[in-house]
Design a protein around this ligand. Structure first.
Ligand code: GLN
Length: 481
């Protein structure tokens, strides 16, 4: 039963010696080993048990912190010393990181126990976790459906109770969308809040790490550790980290909620729309006020994102060339053959597509027409939010236009890109956003999206926590868990 507990509950259980970290870790490891979700690329049994023993010692000596001895799944995009960091790609399959990402370092310093590295779409590109070199991840609510992506292994691990908490990264929705599709809580912080150092880069101006958990309270506990300035990341912002748990209990009476009319138009599944509206009513019942707002440039988020992100990835991924680290082809004839074949054999189709789109859009003849234009529209999208936040405190809407889709149902990339319609714009603006369980449609979970102004993580977590105090959607579990 330990696996059903939240991080906050586990923390108390450890402190009160109801169980040890070793017992807890063994319990989760055995659940992972019996699971058929394919949520992990690497399971780090020995390391986890070493960390758990060290944590138990700290607990026994009275030196434990709040997260000491709590197991977690680490998205395989974060570098971890001595452990494979593949980012879901064949090209990094041989890569054993010689150093820790700042997030890895921070979680280690909090004495947390890493169970393993979670499966993900190759190099964080995708919305279904079907693009991993290590095979698709299954949705614990229905194993014929996708868990969402790219942090699909992380979301499936938490929803399937294989781990109480998992890390994720969100470039265009990869924390919020899998959280939504798997019925758990996920927060994508303000750009610059969590260090990107040691996180395999996809699109550097958009990437941001955050936690996936059962509850907002757990997300707050973990954010206390993950967030903070890092001089190793030039885009990290030097701003004090509040105690994210402090305001969770505040009343949300008077909270002004905006519903963007563009988020409730054509293409939104009616069951999802009803679930979202019922959740919004719940906020009204708690004393929030609701008004319609407009984000007029919403329709441009997909084309803008799918220019900016491929441009940045085509540049970031040039370092994976078969020379420095990662996969190298057999018997290269000469240097050009080595580059060509290592990259051709090492990258999957979706990654290659994006590198090509990016290289094309950045080329001298097309730069102004595509990249520069996309940057201008990006600015307009940010301005829409700026205006909206003059009138409201939090923007709410769906995360995804549908619930989890069947494995294998997207046969072309563009239809998959279209499913990102509600998540991309806030990454383009750098804003924080959350997904919280809001109900079910067709027996599959629906996530409510909360979007806040810059640095409003405390408010988002507070609103989410208040909602979770009134509802029990977050406590629902897939059958058989
Ligand atoms: N689905 C989006 C993409 O494929 C977002 C991925 C992400 O946030 N890492 O780019």
């Amino acid at each position: 039963m330990m696996h059903k507990l939240t991080v906050a509950e586990l923390s108390k259980g450890l402190k009160n010696k109801e169980f040890s970290s070793v017992e807890l870790t063994e319990h989760f490891l055995s659940r992972i080993n019996q699971s058929d979700l394919n949520a992990f690329i690497t399971v780090t049994d020995d390391l986890a048990l070493d960390q758990a023993r060290a944590a138990d010692e700290k607990i026994a000596n009275g030196n434990a912190g709040i997260l000491t001895g709590i197991p977690y799944a680490h998205k395989d995009i974060f570098c971890t010393t001595g452990v494979k960091t593949s980012a879901g790609s064949k090209i990094l399959d041989p890569f054993i990181s010689p150093y820790d990402a700042t997030v890895s370092h921070k979680l280690n310093s909090a004495d947390m126990v890493m169970l393993g590295k979670a499966n993900m779409d190759e190099l964080a590109m995708g919305s279904s976790n079907e693009k991993s070199y290590y095979g698709p991840v299954k949705n614990p609510w229905n194993k014929n459906k996708v868990p969402g992506g790219s942090s699909g292994g992380s979301a499936a691990a938490v929803a399937g109770r294989l781990s109480p908490f998992a890390t994720g990264t969100d470039t265009g929705g990869s924390i919020r969308q899998p959280a939504s599709l798997c019925g758990i809580t996920g927060i994508k912080p303000t750009y610059g809040r969590v260090s990107r150092y040691g996180m395999i880069a996809y699109a550097s101006s958009l990437d941001q790490a955050g936690p996936l958990t059962q509850t907002a309270e757990d997300a707050a506990l973990v954010m206390n550790v993950m967030a903070g300035f890092d001089d190793k990341d030039s885009t990290s912002v030097d701003r004090a980290v509040p105690d994210y748990t402090k305001n969770l209990g505040n009343s949300i009476e008077g909270l002004k909620i905006g519903l963007p009319k563009e988020f409730f138009s054509e293409g939104l599944d009616s069951g999802v729309a009803e679930t979202i509206m019922a959740a919004v009513k719940e906020f009204e019942a708690m004393g929030a006020s609701v008004q319609e707002i407009s984000l007029p440039n919403s329709a441009h988020a997909i084309p803008t994102y799918y220019i900016v992100a491929p441009c940045e990835c085509s540049s970031n991924l040039s370092r994976l060339d078969g020379v420095r680290y990662g996969y190298r082809c057999e018997d290269p004839k000469d240097l050009e053959d080595l580059y060509l074949r290592s990259r051709s054999e090492g990258f999957g189709a979706e990654v290659k597509r994006r590198i090509m789109i990016g290289a094309y859009a950045l080329s001298a003849g097309y730069y102004d027409a595509y990249y520069l234009k996309a940057q201008k529209v990006r600015h307009l999208i940010s301005e829409d939010f700026k205006k909206a936040f003059q009138d409201v405190d939090v923007i709410m809407g769906p995360v995804s236009p549908t619930t989890a889709f069947d494995l294998g149902s997207f046969t072309d990339s563009v239809s998959m890109y279209l499913a990102d319609i509600y998540t991309l714009s806030l990454n383009l603006a750098g804003l924080p956003g959350m997904s919280i369980p809001a109900g079910f449609s067709n027996n599959m979970p629906v996530g409510l999206q909360l979007i806040g102004n810059y640095w409003s993580e405390e408010l988002l977590l507070n609103a989410a926590h208040q909602f979770q105090a009134q509802t029990d959607w977050h406590a629902q579990m897939p059958e058989g868990v």
